[in-house]
Design a protein around this ligand. Structure first.
Ligand SMILES: Cc1cc2nc3c(=O)[nH]c(=O)nc-3n(C[C@H](O)[C@H](O)[C@H](O)COP(=O)(O)OP(=O)(O)OC[C@H]3O[C@@H](n4cnc5c(N)ncnc54)[C@H](O)[C@@H]3O)c2cc1C
Length: 290
């Protein structure tokens, strides 16, 4: 096994290399997914095109929108002061990716493009209705993250397109997010199931104006639990609705059974984590209001 390592000095240069070498080339960010796949002989690229030093890192905030550069590391997300309060689910998700060393080099862009159903940051981004920005040789384009993800390991990205950033609207003050992960241990553990939720409050204080629920590691791709969302949008928190939403999300799941957990256990986890994530959002909204 061997490959040439390319360090272009611009995004255009990186795209040109991907075009020149075609399927023999791969972009590399932190390398924490890619190098493992190469070591396991699932991939054998002859050219690795580095995305470091191309200005794709950093978190930018405006009053209305937040943009996370693709090369932003999980550690940067964890320690970003803007990812508290309404956006804490992002920090909660990045905080449980691998261990400290992994989080120091692994990137948000790599987590998205790798398209693992167990990618922890993806559900937290899905509940924020995140948009991904892509740069190709011909054009730049943007599309909802929910449309970008196709299947396990498959996305809408063309071979020579770079995911440059992911962005989302700043949620209003009267809203809350939560991310919960179940694994067999607390660190260095791929999710057995992970769930993110986002609730937005109504101005009159009754019910929720926004309900988003996303589930990871329980289907071939991370998915929005839309029936569960619709139920909460209609009934709000009536004492039984969060548990009912959990059951609906579990019904929508298509989990596998593997060495980490049986399919049945994963479904039970989806139900429990969705109920708990919704309750956490509700409690956080109440806490912010007092
Ligand atoms: C020990 C260990 C533990 C882990 N634990 C977790 C965990 O708990 N949770 C979790 O979600 N993940 C985990 N991972 C997986 C991995 O760390 C994350 O998915 C990470 O975010 C991947 O980012 P990266 O920068 O390393 O991607 P890379 O490995 O560099 O790239 C991944 C894929 O995306 C492509 N790519 C990367 N960036 C771009 C871009 N900007 N544009 C176009 N293509 C791009 C690459 O070509 C490659 O195909 C773990 C990995 C290891 C080794």
């Amino acid at each position: 096994m061997g490959f040439d390592f390319h360090q272009p000095d611009s995004v255009a240069g990186a795209i040109a290399l991907a075009q020149r070498y075609g399927e023999a080339a791969r972009f590399i960010a932190g390398g924490t997914d890619l190098i493992i796949q190469i070591n396991r002989k699932r991939l054998a690229p002859q050219h690795l095109v580095s995305l470091s030093g191309l200005g794709l890192d950093g978190i930018r905030e405006t009053p209305h929108e937040i943009t996370i550069g693709a090369m932003t590391t999980h550690n940067e997300v964890v320690f970003h002061p803007g990812f508290r309060k309404q956006l804490v689910a992002l920090a909660e998700a990045s905080a449980v990716v691998g261990g400290r060393q992994i989080r120091h080099v692994a990137t948000v862009g790599g987590n998205i493009v790798n398209a693992s159903p167990a990618a922890d940051v993806v559900p937290a981004l899905l509940v924020l209705d995140a948009i991904v920005d892509l740069q190709g040789s011909e054009q730049a384009r943007s599309l909802p993250l929910d449309r970008f993800l196709l299947d396990r390991g498959r996305t809408e990205r063309q071979h020579d397109e770079i995911l440059t950033a992911v962005r989302f609207a700043r949620p209003p003050a009267a809203s809350a997010t939560a991310f919960l992960k179940a694994g067999r241990r607390k660190a260095m553990e791929i999710s057995v199931v992970c769930v993110a939720a986002h609730l937005g409050g109504r101005e009159d204080g009754e019910g929720f104006s926004k309900v988003r629920i996303a589930v990871g590691a329980a289907a071939p791709r991370t998915f929005r639990a839309s029936a569960a969302e619709a139920l909460i949008a209609e009934r709000g928190d009536d004492g039984a609705s969060f548990a009912e939403a959990g059951r609906l999300a579990a019904e929508a799941a298509l989990p596998i059974g593997d060495v980490r957990a049986s399919a049945r256990y994963r479904r039970l986890l989806v139900a429990a984590l969705v109920e708990r994530a919704l309750a956490t959002c509700r409690d956080r909204m109440r806490g912010a209001a007092v």
